[in-house]
Design a protein around this ligand. Structure first.
Ligand code: GLN
Length: 274
């Protein structure tokens, strides 16, 4: 059997792009390399490796966990079953944060519930003058995040903390978060990649807002004057999150749409400053 034969068979069972990503990963080449090698015979152990990956993907395991990687904001982020897989939806959160800190000479940024570190690392990569800190309650997640920072050569302060408890004495110009926000009984939790991701990174109480409530309580007192709180949330949660932010005393509360046109991020700023 050749590589092309394997790809053809794989395409009958899984998405064709997934098949290419798995093959490129197993063979240690990029997707262009697959074309060059298409007619090469596919022998063991490569074939056995590919077949194992195909079985696991066909059983639903996320491609990002199978290859241990996902690209986010142009960065190669290592991921594993202990962290949420970065989503393109979340790039709007990074873009908003970068706009909020654009005018500051040395912005202090906090990513709350960082997981793989993707958001904090993307902000640090785009804004090297920023002092970026990131926290997570999960030590396993922090280990992955710290390794990502080291491999990418990006300096972020990693903090073990249940939400903002460990940064009670600090002040930030921008606090960002992609918290868990799915309703506990939501059928999506039993579908697709979500089945394999850490439930603690996904679900947040009956209305999905438990952690957003905590953030809207803990974050505003940690903001510098004029500082922003920016949170990702579910497709239908923007009005509720805006209300939480207004109740918390934040000003200029607004929401922004993701690449699919859905209000995905809401934010507000502490009064004062400019
Ligand atoms: N955006 C993810 C999804 O619905 C959920 C991420 C989260 O809960 N923060 O697939």
């Amino acid at each position: 059997m050749t590589l092309d034969d394997w790809l053809r068979e794989a395409r009958a069972r899984i998405d064709s792009r997934d098949a290419q990503v798995l093959a490129a990963h197993a063979l240690g080449c990029d997707r262009a390399g697959l074309i060059a090698r298409g007619l090469d015979p596919l022998a063991d152990p490569a074939r056995a490796t590919l077949d194992r990956l195909l079985e696991r993907r066909a059983a639903g395991e996320p491609v990002a966990y199978l290859v241990g990687r996902r690209e986010f904001f142009g960065l190669d982020i290592a991921v594993g079953p202990g962290v949420l897989i970065p989503r393109p939806d979340t790039e709007v959160l990074v873009e908003r944060a970068l706009e909020c800190i654009a005018a500051l000479p040395a912005p202090r940024v906090l990513d709350a519930g960082t997981g793989s570190g993707a958001i904090a690392l993307a902000i640090k990569a785009q804004c090297p003058r920023g002092r970026v800190q990131a926290l997570d309650r999960s030590e396993a997640a922090l280990a992955i995040a710290r390794d990502n920072g080291r491999r990418l050569g990006l300096e972020v302060g990693w903090i073990a903390s249940n939400w903002l408890e460990a940064v009670a004495g600090e002040e930030f110009d921008c606090i960002v978060s992609n918290p868990p926000y799915i309703r506990t009984g939501d059928p999506h939790l039993a579908q697709g990649d979500l089945r394999f991701e850490p439930p603690s990174a996904l679900a947040s109480g009956e209305d999905g807002l438990d952690d957003l409530r905590i953030l809207c309580r803990q974050a505003p007192p940690r903001l510098a004057e004029g500082g922003w709180l920016l949170c990702e949330h579910g497709y239908d949660q923007a009005p509720a999150v805006r209300a939480l932010m207004r109740c918390a005393g934040l000003a200029d509360v607004a929401s922004w749409r993701d690449i699919a046109g859905i209000e995905r991020v809401s934010g507000g700023r502490r009064r004062g400053g400019d």
